[in-house]
Design a protein around this ligand. Sequence first.
Ligand code: FES
Length: 181
Amino acid sequence: MTGRLSRYEENKILVCLRVLRREISACESGLGQREMEMSNDLVARLAEINKRFGYIPRGEVEKLARELKMPAAKIFGVATFYSLFSVAPRGKHVVRFCADAPCHVAGGRAVYDAIRATLQLEPGQTSADGQWTFEMVSCLGICGVGPVMMVDDEVYGNVTPERVAEILTAERWRQMDANET
Ligand code: FES
């Protein structure tokens, strides 16, 4: 194995950086300087909670509010601002599909239909077994390889309806879960 990143790995890193830059820039324009300073620590704490529970429970927001002497509504506002956080329980795996126009014209509609049919979910829903959550997102910054979808932090480009079933093979994700435990 060489030290060079594959095109796929480069794309994954670029997507993460673009999403992060966009969220930071939107955050900077929406918050004042003092709020920005406070939010750095707050975002790190929220990320920890989101990782531990898979989402940010209301009770944890209230606990954090008491600890940081900050209104819970403000913390809730920050938690809902970042698309990578959730304030509602999510499935074990989150499937995100890019809903913006360049992906749409590249065949996104058929891929979207294939995801819905495979998961038997509409956007915003979580499967009854808690395995999957399906979400629509805006441009992930790699329109050149649209249609684009993500499963957790894995990014998939040039997705076709036929590839959806292969990507979402339940057995494959069960094995990944088993390897994590
Ligand atoms: S429009 Fe889908 S990645 Fe840009």
